[in-house]
Design a protein around this ligand. Structure first.
Ligand SMILES: Nc1ncnc2c1ncn2[C@@H]1O[C@H](COP(=O)(O)OP(=O)(O)OP(=O)(O)O)[C@@H](O)[C@H]1O
Ligand SMILES: [Mg+2]
Length: 250
């Protein structure tokens, strides 16, 4: 597997303008997401986790700093070029699944392939196969309101992965699920990370969930205050971390 970073952020800032007031949500964040990484992003509410995820996924642009996604410098790209890079490189999963309500599971999953110019028949085939991989081969024609929360999140995961991205960004993907369902979704994400090598960056408030990741990044007040990958060979600056690449059975 290539060791070139999937995403690289160098001293990235993001300041929102709200009613004439500047709100500095990110204040100089530097990090790289390596191919196949499994990162938990933690930190208190308002510390900038979602803002950072939006930048890493090319949904938003930094106010300052350098951001490189899939080898492309985001600052040099036009909006359509950035949208295309995002479609080719990134999968997103959100806490509130964001599925199209009147659309079947298979057509929800096929949607990103429309923007790729994939033909209708092949779109459906690939979407159905991806739904099979997340255990929903028997629910292709259900609409979101005919699916359980865990099933809806699995549809969202299938939609994020149908384009075969190099990075999956998941912002509290288990936040709306009960603990059993959440554990199943987490296991699915981990299996996809292991089997497909898709890098997984996941925001979580749950310390147990964070402890399962191979790497933890902690944020506070718009900066990274700890990154367990920052000290090569050392366990971590976050006391609870596992040894690097120890794997813990993963
Ligand atoms: N569109 C916006 N306009 C103005 N301020 C914003 C905007 N979005 C976020 N902020 C502010 O930026 C800061 C970081 O927000 P962000 O959503 O990244 O936090 P978070 O770490 O994801 O929090 P949570 O755990 O509650 O989801 C917060 O203070 C928030 O109020
Ligand atoms: Mg958030």
């Amino acid at each position: 597997m290539s060791r070139a970073p999937a995403i690289e952020a160098v001293d990235v800032s993001r300041t929102y303008q709200l009613d004439g007031v500047s709100v500095p949500a990110l204040r100089g964040v530097s990090l790289t997401v390596g191919a196949g990484d499994y990162v938990a992003l933690i930190g208190p509410s308002g510390s900038g986790k979602s803002t950072l995820m939006h930048l890493l996924g090319g949904l938003d642009r930094p106010t300052a700093g350098r951001l490189v996604i899939g080898g492309r410098e985001v600052g040099t790209l036009s909006p359509p070029e950035l949208a295309r890079l995002r479609n080719e490189t990134i999968g997103f999963v959100f806490q509130a699944f964001h599925l199209l309500p009147r659309t079947s599971a298979v057509d929800n999953v096929a949607l990103p392939l429309v923007y790729r110019g994939v033909g209708a028949r092949q779109r459906r085939e690939r979407a159905a196969a991806m739904l099979g991989r997340v255990g929903l081969g028997h629910r292709l024609h259900h609409r979101p309101n005919q699916l359980s929360g865990g099933e809806q999140q699995r549809v969202a995961i299938a939609r994020a992965l149908v384009t075969d991205p190099t990075v999956l960004l998941a912002d509290e993907p288990t936040g709306n699920l009960d603990s059993t369902t959440g554990a199943a979704v987490l296991e699915l994400l981990e299996r996809l990370n292991t089997e497909s090598g898709v890098a997984l960056v996941m925001v979580t408030h749950d310390a147990e969930v964070a402890a399962r990741a191979r790497r933890r990044i902690a944020m506070r007040d718009g900066v990274v205050v700890a990154d367990s990958a920052a000290l090569p060979g050392e366990a971590s600056v976050l006391g609870e971390a596992r040894p690097a690449d120890g794997g813990g059975g993963r």
